[in-house]
Write a protein of this length. Structure first.
Lengths: 585, 105
């Protein structure tokens, strides 16, 4: 019976959507109704913002009126804070004609100058809250800053009693109750509140390499599944956003190719980048990473697709000017709003906030093509692992929306150490192009290598990247004694090509024969093994037959023995036994 | 009881309580005793049950109960608790110095 009740209750646990990106996913649908959710965290960790945002979203988007009970701040302060996120509290607390307001504010602060003379309780406040809740039909109630109240009560017994009453009130009213509490950790005096609460969310705030890192974690959620990991979040211009909620986004896999903007590169990649894939372009300063990005964007816009270019170092005007010098003209696309160039300054904000801003831009512009140039600039602020996490999430988001993303990363080290550089997120990238300089014979030439390209039979050969006022192109390079030739040397090498062509063909034919022989050998081995397996199976069948036969004989013999011992006269049995004994052995 | 200076102004207080809770009963008893001893000329006392009249509690921003508001004579003062701490209560009501008997616990 108990199990049945449990089963019945679980799916019935009603939840109030917070409407906050990520939070609803992590909590499996929002905060519990008729129960108490405790938001705990140190001062400045975003508790009030989260609580207020839940109320405002409820009022504005889900038609669920709410009450904000403030122990710490007055109405003016709360309204001013909310206004900085674009939440118009004053208009929400006003009556709408004959309808009751969508939000009510109850000041839970003691009047300044009030004198305490003896013991007291919170009946007054709770009565007021309950009255207002009925009046406006509240579905959500926030008690903000209960720690202030606890300090005031200053008596563990009274504290427990009052917390129980708050909890009971929330349950009785059937509202999604949120209580915020400032804590250094999760410890007394709030410990009783912890056991009383049905859902506990812990917010953290710390500094990592001078960048602020905010964490969101569901510690407990009675009767509901939730994701227990800590998730980074940002307090952005429109409130809290939990950047990632751990679920792997499902994304469409495209077989369509989109042009890189450079015909010869498309050819190298068997037609271009896959739509919805991630392209990483690494290279030293000045190796034309931005040019490659620009060519890609220009190609997308030429097809009439929307593109977003996020620049993390140069200003839009600089990018436009520099690209125009190699005949990549993007001004017209910027004018027609097909292309948006957005410059952000990584050093001013934390990676999380940047992520949220970029995501907002992506959502607002809805591009099919996205460029981030260069992601390595983000590392100037914030830990490498944080930037990496942000980059991965951004890519996952782009992928889930079918956006083809090209991002560049500055690379200064040697080519050998490149694979180990985590910021490149080389594992995330579907295509990885590396640009470098090759110097020799008094020239310095740019080269391009496709290091990897998933799902594409690409060429691993190095190509020379040629930039001039006519545009961008690639040229083959020739290796002599293991050295790639470019520029003038390439021209010389070109003439030698015809001669070596035959050698190459012969070598290929030899290689192919070698492989054919190997394949035939394996085929023969496989057949031999198969024959061996068949003969083993036949042997086993024979063995099984003889076992069955023997068992049948044995049971017949035992029946006979039983029949002789039990059912027949002793003399006859003895006689027959005497006679048959030798044969039985 | 000793002689008190004459209090000309009318003494107006409002006491918010919750139903008949123990704190409410004590607060009312303490307040009435105080009125008898210190305000022989009488005082205007209004007792409001916040559970019956929540709107009034909201109007006066009553957070905790019991809460006593001294409306007159000015200044307006708020005192919360069951009024068992007589010293503080007298102080807050501006009746200090009038007290001649030792405070009751």
């Amino acid at each position: 019976m108990a199990r049945k009740n449990q089963k019945e209750r679980e799916p019935r646990l009603a939840k109030a959507q917070t409407g906050i990106d990520g939070v609803d996913e992590i909590t499996g649908g929002g905060l519990p109704r008729g129960r108490t959710t405790l938001l705990a965290g140190p001062a400045g960790s975003g508790k009030t913002v989260l609580a207020l945002q839940t109320l405002v979203n409820g009022a504005r988007r889900f038609d669920e009126p709410g009450i904000f009970v403030a122990f710490e701040e007055g109405f003016q302060q709360v309204a001013a804070n909310a206004a900085s996120f674009g939440w118009e509290i004053p208009s929400l607390v006003q009556k709408r004609g004959r309808r009751s307001p969508r939000l009510a504010f109850v000041d839970g602060r003691l009047s300044p100058g009030a004198v305490q003379a003896g013991t007291f309780d919170l009946s007054g406040l709770l009565a007021a809250v309950e009255f207002r809740a009925k009046e406006i039909g509240a579905k959500r109630i926030v008690f903000d800053g209960i720690d202030v109240l606890l300090v005031m009560l200053n008596d563990p017994r009274v504290e427990r009693g009052e917390m129980c009453r708050i909890h009971d009130l929330l349950e009785r009213a059937g509202v999604a109750g949120v209580v915020t509490m400032s804590t250094a950790g999760l410890e007394p005096p709030g410990s009783f509140m912890l056991s009383l609460s049905d859902c506990i969310i812990q917010l953290t705030h710390r500094l990592a390499e001078r960048a602020s890192i905010r964490g969101f974690r569901v510690v407990k959620y009675r009767g509901s599944a939730f994701i227990a990991n800590e998730f980074p979040f940002a307090i952005a211009s429109q409130g809290i956003e939990v950047a990632d909620f751990g679920t792997r986004p499902k994304y469409r896999v495209f077989t369509e190719r989109v042009s890189s903007g450079i015909p010869r590169l498309d050819h190298m990649l068997a037609g271009g980048y896959f739509r919805g894939s991630t392209v990483l372009v690494t290279g030293m300063p000045g190796t034309a990473k931005t040019t490659l990005a620009g060519a890609f964007v220009a190609a997308a816009c030429a097809r009439g697709e929307r593109a977003l270019y996020i620049s993390l170092d140069e200003q839009p005007a600089e990018i436009l000017r520099n690209l125009a010098s190699v005949s990549i003209r993007l001004e017209r696309y910027v004018r027609s709003r097909l292309l948006e160039i957005y410059a952000d300054h990584p050093q001013e904000t934390s990676p999380e906030e940047q992520f949220v801003r970029m995501r907002q831009r992506i959502r607002a512009h809805r591009p099919s093509t996205l460029v981030i140039d260069p992601i390595s600039a983000a590392i100037r602020m914030g830990g490498q692992s944080t930037v990496l996490g942000v980059a991965e999430r951004l890519l996952a988001m782009a992928k889930s929306e079918g956006i083809t993303t090209l991002w560049t990363s500055l690379y200064q080290g040697s080519e050998e150490a490149m694979e180990a550089t985590p910021l490149h997120v080389s594992t995330v990238a579907d295509t990885w192009i590396h640009l470098s300089y090759r110097a020799g014979r008094g020239e310095r030439n740019r080269s391009l290598t496709v290091i990897k390209s998933r799902g594409t039979g690409h060429s691993h050969q190095v190509r020379e990247l040629i930039l001039d006022d006519r545009g961008v192109d690639l040229a083959d390079v020739y290796t002599v004694g293991g050295e790639a030739l470019m520029g003038t040397a390439r021209w010389e090498g070109e003439r030698a090509e015809v001669a070596t062509q035959r050698d190459v063909e012969a070598e290929e034919a030899r290689k192919r024969r070698e492989l054919e022989i190997l394949a035939a050998e394996i085929r023969a081995q496989t057949e031999g093994l198969e024959r061996r397996r068949e003969s083993l199976a036949a042997e086993m069948r024979l063995l099984d037959q003889s076992i069955t036969l023997r068992e049948r004989n044995e049971s017949r013999r035992q029946q006979e023995v039983r029949a002789r011992r039990g059912g027949e006269p002793a003399s006859r049995a003895g006689r027959r036994k005497g006679r048959s004994a030798p044969t039985e052995d | 009881m000793g002689k008190r200076p004459d209090r000309r102004e009318s003494f107006v207080v409002r006491l918010y309580v919750a139903d008949r809770e123990a704190t409410a009963v004590r607060a009312i008893a303490n307040l009435e005793a105080l009125c008898r001893e210190f305000l022989p000329s009488g005082c205007e006392l209004e007792i409001i049950d916040i559970l019956r009249e929540p709107q009034r509690g909201l109007d006066d921003s009553i957070m905790v109960t019991p809460t006593l508001i001294k409306l007159a004579p000015p200044p307006v003062r708020r005192i919360f608790g069951d009024l068992s701490n007589r010293g503080r209560l007298l102080d807050a009501l501006g009746l200090t110095g009038l007290e001649l008997s030792p405070p009751r616990p």
